[in-house]
Design a protein around this ligand. Structure first.
Ligand code: PHE
Length: 343
């Protein structure tokens, strides 16, 4: 038994040497010296010994108990002095650093709102790929290679081809890329809204960025008309701005619609009086739209002449600018916290 007791002592000393915090030291003290500790356990076994040996062993246990207590106390003092050194490095009396809580970017906030509005009008909201094939971005939309309209949507090309029609890969220039992607898979009636990032090879200025968000809406069925399109746009703008928004409609050309229109909204920055945002015209062009071209239905494999549909594309960034009266689109992607924290 003497051997056993000595071993306990050795083990305790070794464990103490490895400890560097007060909590572990406290736990160790409990393990060896506590009410249910190892030394107490062995003390209880003393009755099994011949009477003669008991005082000797009892004394030994007590001695070890005192020794361990002393070692633990010493260890405690050394841990304390270590911690006070740490306190000298970190001044805990200094005021804490201010914590800034993050929040959603204004584009994301408006994107979420737009999603809700279109869902309430019965549209399904999708995203679609940002790296796209030449086919879905251009060709399927009645813009074969060398079509002059492609100039307006110059983009960034990727040095790799897709398995889809061996088509070149590029960064999509508009969310219209989803028109044929969706139609190919589904039959009308369709009411689809696509919100996502698009890219253009642009010389950037106050109202143009190389990266922008677009909202595409399209509806396809047997009797969709231009009136349905205009009603949808008006409803959407009024819901977003929570007031009656003045719009004007002009003819416009996009190869994937016929007839094509462009919709301007009155500049909310100057209430139509004229400012640098609207280039003094009082109007901001926000939207291209029209009736889906038969060639697009053909690309999707729909039967000739069976369906009609409308499509529109809105720049989300411009809507955000109008909503918050932001005078330069470049703020939106600048990552400048002085700007972001205002929303
Ligand atoms: N995709 C066009 C653009 O990026 C907008 C548009 C969408 C026009 C749908 C007509 C129909 O400018």
């Amino acid at each position: 038994m003497e051997e056993e007791i000595k071993k306990i002592k050795e083990k305790a000393i070794e464990e103490i040497s490895q400890i560097s915090d007060l909590l572990s030291l406290e736990n160790l003290k409990r393990k060896y010296l506590g009410r249910k500790g190892l030394l107490r356990e062995i003390l209880q076994k003393i009755t099994q010994l011949p009477e003669k040996e008991r005082p000797k062993i009892g004394k030994l246990i007590n001695q070890i108990k005192t020794d361990l207590e002393k070692i633990i106390e010493e260890k405690k003092t050394s841990i304390y002095s270590l911690e006070s050194k740490v306190e000298k490095i970190f001044d805990f009396t200094l005021p804490p650093q201010k914590i800034f809580f993050g929040h959603l970017h204004p584009i994301t906030q408006v994107k979420n709102e737009v999603t809700e509005i279109f869902q309430s009008m019965g549209f399904e909201v999708l995203e679609g790929p940002e790296v796209e094939t030449d086919w879905y971005n251009f060709e399927a939309l009645n813009m074969p290679i060398e079509h002059p309209a492609r100039d307006v949507w110059d983009t960034f090309y990727i040095n790799q081809k897709s398995k889809i029609k061996n088509s070149k890969l590029l960064l999509r220039t508009h969310t219209s890329n989803m028109q044929v992607r969706v139609m190919e898979k589904r039959k009308p009636p369709l009411r689809i809204c696509v919100i996502g990032k698009c890219f253009r090879h642009e010389a950037t200025d106050q109202t143009h960025e190389h990266t922008l968000y677009q909202i595409e809406g399209f509806a396809v069925d047997e009797k969709i008309s231009l009136a349905n399109l205009i009603y949808t746009i008006k409803n959407f703008l009024n819901a977003l701005y929570k007031k009656e928004i003045k719009i004007r409609i002009r003819p416009g050309y996009f190869p994937f619609v016929e007839p094509g229109i462009e919709i301007d909204m009155r500049c909310e920055n100057c209430q139509g009086r004229g400012c640098s945002v609207c280039k003094n015209s009082g109007w901001i062009e926000i939207l291209g739209a029209g009736m889906i071209h038969p060639k697009v239905f053909e690309s999707a494999g729909y039967p000739k002449g069976k369906y009609t549909g409308f499509a529109f594309g809105v720049g989300l960034d411009r809507l955000v600018m109008m909503l918050y009266k932001i005078d330069d689109i470049r703020w939106l992607h600048s990552g400048d916290l002085r700007f972001i924290h205002q929303f």
